[in-house]
Design a protein. Structure first.
Length: 273
């Protein structure tokens, strides 16, 4: 977030407090999106993306700390202009850019699902970049609050014991499997502390500590990578749909903000299933 954009947010909140509206009303009335377009996308033109991508989230979250989000990539009318990256922006979160997903050139990723923290009532934008360099945007509105400051679900010792544990599941997407389309899931044990949570014993803020990089390969061919921020929920969970290239191994590598690197590899069925 640029200094100018941060100052605008602060001014909006202070004005609301001085008029008795409260900070919640301030964040709802102030639209940060124009500033985010400048900060995140360098003010590049962004067109309507309803023909390119779909964004699914609950209108009202049951738990603001684990809000499900699904990104669906629609078939391209021109195969030469495929989606190469998707940026997920939660406008009113303290760090709005939740994640950037980069798609493997030959993986044909068509769906990505994960869980995020939502700190207040907010627009959520998904911006798809196509191979011709153009940006396409869709958005939805989510009612939730307190997700970024919600206490961790697991205590510190339990979280420490799970740190870096990676699990992988693979499913057949189609009934006959002839197309090689597969549905898979990667789960990483990690507290993903946002830096806004308070230790219930010391009443001190727990330092930010989260997975900021995730990469997936089938054999040596990239499937998907993610640059993550504090908005990704505890124990990051990514489910995705891709096309198998006949690989016999699937690899995952994750890195967190403390420099830990977690790696794991599995043998997979190399047939078309």
């Amino acid at each position: 977030m640029s200094g100018m954009h941060f100052r605008k947010v602060c001014v909006a909140i202070l004005l609301a407090i001085s008029t008795g509206q409260g900070s919640a009303s301030a964040t709802e009335s102030y639209d940060p999106w124009p500033g985010l377009v400048q900060d995140i996308f360098d003010n590049k033109p962004i067109s309507d993306g309803s023909a390119v991508i779909a964004l699914e989230m609950p209108a009202r979250a049951e738990d603001a700390a684990i809000v499900p989000v699904t990104l669906r990539i629609k078939p391209a009318s021109d195969p030469a202009h495929r989606v190469v990256a998707i940026t997920l922006v939660i406008d009113q979160n303290p760090a709005p850019m939740a994640a950037k997903f980069t798609l493997g050139p030959d993986a044909n990723v068509s769906e990505i699902a994960t869980r995020v923290r939502v700190n207040s009532y907010t627009d959520v934008h998904a911006v798809a970049e196509t191979s011709d360099g153009k940006l396409h945007m869709v958005k939805t509105y989510v009612k939730a609050s307190g997700g970024c400051s919600a206490p961790a679900a697991k205590n510190a010792e339990e979280a420490k014991g799970r740190l870096g544990q990676i699990r992988y599941r693979q499913f057949t997407k189609t009934e006959d499997g002839a197309t090689g389309i597969r549905d898979a899931q990667v789960m990483i044990g990690h507290p993903n502390n946002s830096g806004l949570q308070m230790d219930q014993l010391t009443h001190l803020y727990v330092p930010a500590f989260y997975v900021d990089r995730l990469q997936l390969w089938q054999d040596n061919s990239p499937v998907l990578s993610m640059e993550g921020g504090i908005s990704i929920s505890e124990d990051p969970n990514i489910r995705f749909t891709y096309t198998s290239n006949g690989a016999t191994t699937f690899r995952v590598e994750a890195k967190d903000t403390d420099g830990h690197v977690f790696k794991k590899e599995w043998k997979v069925d190399g047939t078309a299933m």
